[in-house]
Design a protein around this ligand. Structure first.
Ligand SMILES: [Fe+2]
Length: 238
């Protein structure tokens, strides 16, 4: 975990650190992140789902207050909605309880509206390269289409919250509504250009370690091996 003086950073695993006893949360192994400024007590939550009250309680127990919501992409296990016949809690539950800025990439807005039922006015639409400040902590938004049109990663003080774009092993699926395999290749190349010591914090626990440096990820993640688009598409472009 990052240890900067005023940086508040928590990685929470669904079914373990929150939503305990929820079999779907346990099986899906989603990571939720709390990122904030200890000096102001404000924090953002990345991809709140399953048991929103639990997540709010975790932040409150650390004397932090959630002011912002950051959505990596529209899938219900990240923002709430219906999935596999289950109703997953998410940003609508948060918005019913209070006022939050919900940050979404501009290309993801209609998808988030459709999945969660929130109105467009509830969302703050962002372009690639925008920056969100939570207290004095700056979170850079990196647009990484491919898994979905408006997938975005969050870069804060050497940490990359990579959503379902880059896992420690593999990457997000490119056969879902709004997916684009060519764009996924380009997004992975963009992330691969970040410094070696960048710590990758993925959207799911699909590997034993919860995070690794990009240098470590490069040694074993096969989706980062091909450097040419046609080669990548031949192997992974289904
Ligand atoms: Fe996803």
């Amino acid at each position: 975990m990052p240890t900067d003086d005023n940086l508040y950073f928590r990685q929470l695993l669904s079914g373990h650190d929150f939503a305990i006893g929820d079999p779907l949360a346990l099986q899906m192994a989603n990571f939720v992140y709390l990122i904030g400024d200890r000096s102001t007590g404000e924090c953002a939550v990345v991809d709140p789902a399953y048991a929103v009250d639990d997540i709010v309680r975790v932040a409150a127990a650390d004397d932090m207050r959630i002011t912002d919501v950051m959505a990596t992409h529209y899938h219900p296990d990240h923002v709430g909605g219906s999935m596999m016949g289950y109703r997953i809690e998410g940003i609508t539950t948060l918005l019913e309880a209070g006022s939050f800025r919900v940050h979404v990439n501009e290309n993801e807005v209609p998808w988030v509206v459709r999945t969660t039922g929130v109105s467009e006015g509830d969302l703050v639409s962002h372009e690639a390269g925008d920056c969100v400040h939570v207290g004095d902590v700056a979170i850079d938004l990196v647009h990484t289409p491919g898994h979905t049109p408006g997938s975005q990663c969050f870069h804060v003080r050497g940490c990359l919250i990579s959503g379902d774009t880059l896992f420690l092993d593999g990457c997000g699926r490119t056969d879902l509504p709004g997916s684009d395999a060519e764009k996924m290749f380009e997004s992975l190349q963009l992330l691969d250009s970040l410094p070696d010591q960048t710590v990758v914090f993925p959207g799911h626990r699909y590997s034993v370690p919860p995070s690794e440096t990009l240098a470590e990820v490069r040694t074993h993640n096969f989706v980062l091996k091909p450097k040419k688009k046609d080669q990548w598409l031949t192997i992974f472009g289904s």
